[in-house]
Design a protein around this ligand. Structure first.
Ligand code: AKB
Length: 323
């Protein structure tokens, strides 16, 4: 199967492409950022410059490649998105519209969309299913909700096989992209690098999190499920929901002597407080057999050696912790 990935240079895209190639698919990466180096991306994978806000370029590329499936990952995340909400609207909203239109015009069979816990807003029960009132407080969340609804419209109106997941904050040994959930990853990165980290949230902050290999598996399994078994287009997928203190404790178990403190930043704390504690993913379990494999400590055991190895190779590879 020929697959195009938008926003492929981000946190999810490179791992996803590696998994798609391992599964025998012809994967094409696309992004505004330049092609990553050979150590990060298989040189055999085609890479295309793509600004999703440019409708002609999106249309031209989809017409040229004629993919069977598109993974639309291109987006500006929650924390970075609040620095420039206007640009975030263009990339996330106009970009999704452009990709949907290209799917319609060129008869792309399937579009996979990555939504997020940021689709939710304050005032909900601690554990949320999919169908509750959605009143996100960030432009990222607003555009993700709109993207979900637009995709469902194209599914019903034009027969596009539109599917997607609402992801928890994803954690992996790769450069994060301006998310508010990044405090979790930087406990590991700065824990290894500096032996210390000041998180920008309170110790009792609790949001849904997931280790990237589970996230990638969700993106590979959902598209393969028979459509007749799916009762909806967008599914919650859940893994674990530790408090920030519990993550710090897990890191300290793997990196003895590490010092993790908490210095809440009001702007990012407000975003974190607006998200639910946990996701109810009963629908994904029932309809396509979704099940996460990593809990917090299993993630820590797997992640710490990976972070260590990456930082030994290139101390700047994982970027700097946001303050
Ligand atoms: C973010 O923090 O913005 C993302 C997300 C939760 O979708 N990681």
């Amino acid at each position: 199967m020929r697959v195009l990935v938008t926003g492929a240079g981000g946190q999810v895209g490179l791992d996803l492409i590696a998994e798609l190639c391992a599964g025998g698919h012809e994967a094409h990466g696309s992004d505004v950022v330049a092609r990553p180096g050979a150590g990060v991306l298989d040189p055999a994978v085609p890479w295309h410059g793509l600004d999703v806000t440019d409708p002609e370029r999106v249309d031209g590329l989809v017409g040229e490649i004629r993919p069977d499936r598109i993974y639309h990952l291109a987006a500006i995340l929650s924390a970075r998105g609040e620095i420039n909400p206007q640009r975030t609207y263009l990339v996330n909203q106009q970009g999704t519209w452009n990709v949907l239109e290209a799917c319609r015009t060129h008869g792309v069979e399937q579009l996979i969309f990555t939504s997020t816990i940021a689709a939710y807003g304050p005032g909900l029960p601690p554990t949320v299913p999919e169908d509750v009132p959605l009143h996100p407080t960030t432009m990222y969340g607003v555009t993700k909700v709109a993207g979900e609804l637009l995709g469902e419209y194209y599914h019903h109106r034009y027969g596009l096989d539109f599917r997607g997941v609402r992801f928890p904050g994803l954690i992996s040994a790769s450069l994060p992209g301006g998310g508010t959930s990044d405090y979790a990853l930087f406990m590991y990165v700065d824990g290894v690098r500096h032996g210390a980290y000041q998180a920008f949230c309170r110790a009792d902050t609790r949001i849904p999190l997931m280790y990237m290999p589970d996230g990638i598996r969700a993106l590979v399994e959902l598209p393969e499920a028979p459509r007749s078994r799916l009762r909806r287009c967008i599914y919650n997928v859940a893994a674990f929901s530790p408090s920030a203190q519990q993550i710090a404790d897990s890191v300290a178990r793997a990196i003895p002597g590490v010092r993790i403190g908490f210095e809440p930043d009001p702007r990012r704390q407000a975003i974190l407080d607006s998200w639910p504690d946990a996701l109810d993913d009963a629908a994904a379990r029932a309809d396509w057999g979704w099940q996460c494999r990593f809990d917090l400590d299993a993630m820590t055991d797997d992640l710490v050696p990976r972070v260590r190895e990456l930082l030994e190779r290139d101390p700047d590879q994982l970027g700097n912790a946001p303050h």
